[in-house]
Design a protein. Structure first.
Length: 112
C-alpha cells in the first residue's frame, strides 16, 4: 500500500479587495463615520495583538486605479480563523460602506 505524500502547508491568506461607497459615506453623519472607524481600529488592534504573538499577520493597502479602494491581506494558520475574521469585518459598521470588489484565498507553501 502506498503512503500519501507529506505536504508542508503553510498559513492561509485572505486577499479581500473592497470599494468604498463614497456617496453614502459622505452623506453619513460624522459621529457614525467616527464610530465605524473606531470599531475598525479595534479590529486592527486585535489583529496587531495576534501578529505580536506570531500567530498571524496582516497588511492593509490602498489600491491605485478603479478596481478597488483598499485591500486587506490577512494570514492565519487555519481557514476557520480566516472565516471568523472575514465574518467579523462583514458585520462591522465600516463594511456597510464597502462593496466587495474581489477576493481570494491562497495557501503559503513551506519549504524544507
Amino acid at each position: 500500500m502506498t503512503e500519501a505524500a507529506q505536504t508542508l502547508d503553510g498559513w492561509y491568506c485572505l486577499h479581500d479587495f473592497r470599494t468604498m461607497d463614497w456617496t453614502t459615506w459622505k452623506m453619513t453623519p460624522k459621529e457614525e463615520r467616527d464610530a465605524a472607524i473606531q470599531e475598525f481600529m479595534g479590529l486592527v488592534d486585535k489583529w496587531n495583538s495576534v501578529q505580536s504573538e506570531k500567530n498571524g499577520s496582516h497588511a492593509l493597502y490602498t489600491i491605485v486605479g478603479q478596481k478597488a479602494d483598499f485591500m486587506m491581506m490577512i494570514l492565519r494558520p487555519t481557514m476557520e480563523e480566516l472565516n471568523e475574521i472575514e465574518n467579523e469585518f462583514n458585520k462591522s459598521k465600516l463594511a456597510e460602506y464597502t462593496i466587495p470588489a474581489h477576493s481570494y484565498v491562497s495557501v503559503v507553501e513551506l519549504s524544507n
